[in-house]
Unconditional design. Structure first.
Length: 245
């Protein structure tokens, strides 16, 4: 079994007096896709923000065997951890190409290295190559998601955390985005995927967790969770909403 790239133990996090995470423990093996599924308000985004260092938390976080629980956000980024938030946080008044270049800023890459990194992103997302001079704010929802993921990949992360990458996308675009996420695993990137679209997430994942009310309610291989009656009844019984973009 592959060694955990990421291991979080007994994480607690709160917004003021409102406790959101209650003793959450998860791990992600190197080169795997791990999904965290659950309803709105379960604490999924809070979990990613705590792992990224965006919000304070209590508990242990090991990355590549090293404790990072006390490291600042910038230090975690420098170690090769990237987060694509639900809001995507693109610079709408800047072209696609400039948004991508910002993703490589921390690495201080030379021009040839930046060009190679961008070519790799364009291989994954040919549509971005076609729109490299287009303003990010004029892209479709699916293209904006591709750009957000591509920008994160410019930093050459070992761990890529994705918060609701299918949110608001049409079914055909969702299928394409998840196909690309699966291909990233094949290139060696470890993926921690937070999703309400449990069916799509489990189909491409190696391991899965069900988060409910800030606690881990389900934990196991993704194939087993997809057959678990509790998962089928709670998450797979109806088609998730999709807002074409």
């Amino acid at each position: 079994m592959a060694e955990p790239l990421l291991q979080a133990s007994v994480l607690h996090a709160a917004y003021g007096r409102a406790q959101v995470l209650r003793g959450v423990s998860i791990h992600a093996a190197a080169g795997s896709i791990v999904s965290v599924i659950g309803p709105n308000g379960a604490g999924k985004s809070t979990l990613l923000n705590a792992l990224m260092g965006i919000m304070p938390s209590q508990g242990e976080i090991l990355y590549q065997g090293r404790s990072i629980a006390r490291l600042a956000l910038e230090e975690r980024v420098s170690l090769g951890i990237a987060l694509v938030p639900e809001i995507r946080a693109l610079f709408g008044s800047m072209p696609v190409e400039d948004n991508l270049l910002l993703g490589a800023y921390r690495l201080r890459l030379r021009r040839p290295e930046r060009a190679r990194a961008m070519d790799q992103v364009f291989e994954l997302f040919p549509r971005l190559r076609e729109r490299r001079a287009q303003l990010a704010g004029t892209l479709s929802g699916g293209e904006r998601q591709m750009l957000a993921i591509g920008r994160a990949l410019m930093g050459k992360p070992a761990l890529l955390m994705l918060d609701e990458p299918s949110l608001g996308l049409a079914p055909l675009i969702v299928k394409e985005v998840f196909r690309i996420i699966a291909s990233l695993r094949d290139s060696g990137v470890t993926i921690l995927l937070v999703e309400q679209n449990a069916r799509a997430a489990l189909e491409i994942s190696d391991h899965g967790y069900g988060l409910e009310m800030g606690e881990i309610a389900l934990d196991g291989p993704a194939e087993e969770l997809a057959r678990d009656p509790r998962v089928i009844e709670t998450y797979l019984g109806s088609t998730r909403r999709a807002r074409p973009a």
